[in-house]
Design a protein around this ligand. Structure first.
Ligand code: PYC
Length: 410
């Protein structure tokens, strides 16, 4: 590292993170969506399986979709054993990602609290803690005395309309720098020969005799025997291009960030009942979000309604923040399956794979989703970790009900 610093200091031209290469008319694998998921899959295809004739097609700039529109919370304290195992494997990969990519993704393990304001929520947290521990994940129920030492800033009095009774405490949870994750995977994939094409929108998917044969793009047709759809929010539209109907509805999820404050909050705080989650970034800003908008839409515009509701709920938990200014807000698209678990893997169209249905839980899954889908694409075998999340589970009456562990209301 000191040598790199010295080289830059002496004026060596910085290495480009990724390159603009010509768009070929055929690839072995086309990945639609240049977010953390698509880029991670490209990276692991190249690194773990030597599959490098891969194009990542992104309709805007990389990371402009869900990867740049989340609140970068990481955790694995889900409700179902399938969900816990999957997200725990993701957290493990995130923990080693800076070293793996030789790029600082600013992973910060700081603990995660999910507050319970009524008896029903306490029961759910207790159940989550049991499932987590059976799967070897560190989670436990804590009560106000202990909460006061984990997060002394919380209003634990009986003043709030919804006093805090207990919380699920998950020490391994944390946050990360979401752009860095996108850039790190892009650089790693590019270095291994993957082509990243920004501003290249897919407008059609070609299928012949039940198998995918390529895609149509705003820059012309591209042939490919394998196509992965990895776009947050747009999966139903893309699947429709391949003649498939997915059980998904798309909702906007809004979030915002405040002016920077001196560090005071070193744990992620979530309240499903108050529809709020809050963490403090490395730059001191509070990153906060609420539940999905109460209607389906593809809009990423922010609303005053969201800010008013969110501010009221944040002040229930942290009344001393009343004078803090909000700097900006944004929205991402969340496509919600009926059981609140993702859709990954094969489809009835041969060679057409899904990385979809990420609701409000997509960014935290990026590494493990990319790694397992890369294995599936390269070997033709579905890894056990993602088998429960196959599309056919609905027809087989085998859902993975995660609603109780979603951080936010839906
Ligand atoms: O699942 O941790 C979560 C989450 C936070 C914000 C949206 N989803």
């Amino acid at each position: 590292m000191p040598f790199k610093l010295l080289r830059h200091g002496l004026g060596a031209r910085p290495r480009r993170m990724w390159h603009d290469r010509p768009l070929k008319d055929r690839y072995d694998v086309v990945i639609i969506g240049g977010g953390a998921h698509g880029l991670a899959c490209a990276y692991y295809l190249a690194r773990d399986h030597g599959v490098t004739d891969v194009a990542v097609l992104e309709k805007s700039y990389i990371g402009s979709g869900g990867s740049g529109r989340n609140t970068a919370i990481l955790r694995s304290n889900y409700l179902t054993p399938e969900g816990v195992r999957f997200y725990d494997a993701s957290l493990d990969l995130y923990e080693g990602l800076s070293a793996d990519l030789d790029f600082n993704v600013m992973f910060s393990r700081r603990g995660h609290l999910t507050l319970a304001h009524d008896d029903g929520s306490v029961r759910t947290m207790r159940r989550r803690a049991e499932v987590n521990r059976l799967e070897g994940v560190d989670s436990r129920l804590v009560f106000p005395d202990e909460l006061a030492s984990i997060c002394p800033q919380l209003d634990l009095s009986d003043r709030p309309r919804f006093p805090i009774h207990a919380a699920l405490y998950h020490p391994p949870g944390g946050i990360i720098r979401h752009d860095a994750v996108v850039w790190g995977y892009a650089r790693g994939a590019d270095e291994r020969g993957v082509d990243i094409h920004q501003y290249t929108e897919v407008t059609g998917i070609d299928v012949a005799a039940g198998a995918v044969t390529g895609v149509q793009t705003t820059r012309g047709p591209v042939a490919a025997g394998t196509v992965l759809s990895a776009t947050a929010g747009w999966a139903s539209d893309l699947a429709a291009m391949a003649g498939l109907r997915l059980p998904l509805d798309t909702f906007p999820l809004q979030a915002c960030v405040t002016e920077p404050l001196k560090p005071f909050l070193d744990v992620v705080v979530v309240s499903g009942s108050l529809h709020v989650y809050i963490s403090q970034s490395g730059r001191g800003e509070l990153v906060m979000g609420a539940s999905v908008d109460p209607f389906t839409s593809y809009s990423t515009a922010g609303s005053l309604d969201f800010l008013e509701g969110l501010s009221g709920h944040v002040l229930e938990l942290f009344p001393f923040l009343s004078q803090v200014r909000i700097l900006r807000q944004w929205a991402g698209l969340c496509e919600m399956p009926p059981d609140y678990s993702p859709l990954m893997g094969v489809t009835p169209v041969r060679g057409f794979f899904l990385d979809a249905g990420w609701g409000t839980y997509g960014f935290k899954a990026s590494p493990i989703c990319g790694k397992t889908l890369a294995e599936l694409i390269a070997t033709g075998r579905t890894p056990g970790l993602i088998h429960p999340f196959r599309l056919s589970r609905f027809a087989e009456f085998d859902p993975v009900g995660e609603k109780g562990a979603a951080a936010v209301g839906h």
